[in-house]
Design a protein. Structure first.
Length: 237
């Protein structure tokens, strides 16, 4: 959030809401403590509620609820907990068990889209011996990953440095309009023949840099960002 934003005032407005008003009051008492991200495209401040609204229905309500809860969570403190890790040796085979005790839920109180579940382990001492109640060998197999949703794709674009908050949606619309990808009934991306043919064509060109990989695009965008910041000249890129 830019330093010019009055976060305390925005949080205070949410005290009127019946679902998270009490939490907003708690944030006001302790003071908003947002975690500043490490990048910004300077296009606009993070999306946030500008007033308290309680008369929405349907999808409008879902969108507003998510934005308001996300904003309050950002202004709250981190959740706190203690983790215990036990390394166990059973006849030469190594096993690991982890336990978690949640001390303070903080932002998780208002943000149901993430969960942090406690898992208790009995108290153990280094070198302690015990007798297992049961030992089971369970058969299983790995499963293929699901097709990407739009949120998954945006996450990967951010990870590889492609686009900004202001351009992600435009990039996704472009690959859909050009029929590089299609959508399943549950709104997941499925590669189109044209898109797969384009990737195969790039891969068969044997360039030093993979044209179908994100590296070149990401490197170009990093160079453009340096020009915007004035640390590099256009002629140098």
């Amino acid at each position: 959030f830019p330093s010019s934003m009055n976060l305390s005032e925005l949080v205070a407005k949410q005290q009127e809401h019946r679902d998270w008003g009490a939490f907003a009051g708690f944030v006001c008492e302790s003071g908003p403590t947002p975690r500043q991200g490490n990048k910004s495209d300077e296009a606009h401040p993070p999306i946030h509620p500008t007033k308290c609204v309680t008369n929405l229905t349907g999808d409008d309500k879902k969108v507003y609820d998510f934005i308001a809860r996300h904003f309050l969570a950002c202004c709250s403190k981190d959740a706190k907990g203690t983790e215990t890790t036990a390394e166990i040796d059973i006849n030469g085979e190594k096993f690991t068990a982890k336990g978690l005790i949640i001390l303070e839920k903080n932002y998780l109180e208002v943000y149901p889209y993430e969960s942090w579940n406690a898992k208790l382990l009995p108290r153990m001492e280094v070198g302690q011996r015990f007798e297992p109640k049961s030992i089971e060998m369970v058969d299983g197999q790995t499963t293929s990953p699901p097709l990407l949703t739009e949120a998954d794709l945006i996450g990967l674009m951010e990870k590889h440095g492609i686009g900004t908050d202001a351009t992600h949606a435009e990039h996704i619309e472009t690959i859909k309009n050009r029929n590089y990808v299609g959508l399943t009934p549950d709104k997941r991306f499925i590669p189109g023949q044209l898109g797969m043919g384009l990737v195969d064509g790039y891969d068969n060109m044997s360039f030093d840099i993979g044209m179908s990989k994100p590296d070149m695009r990401a490197a170009t965008e990093r160079e453009l960002l340096l020009i915007i910041r004035g640390t590099k000249q256009r002629s140098q890129v």
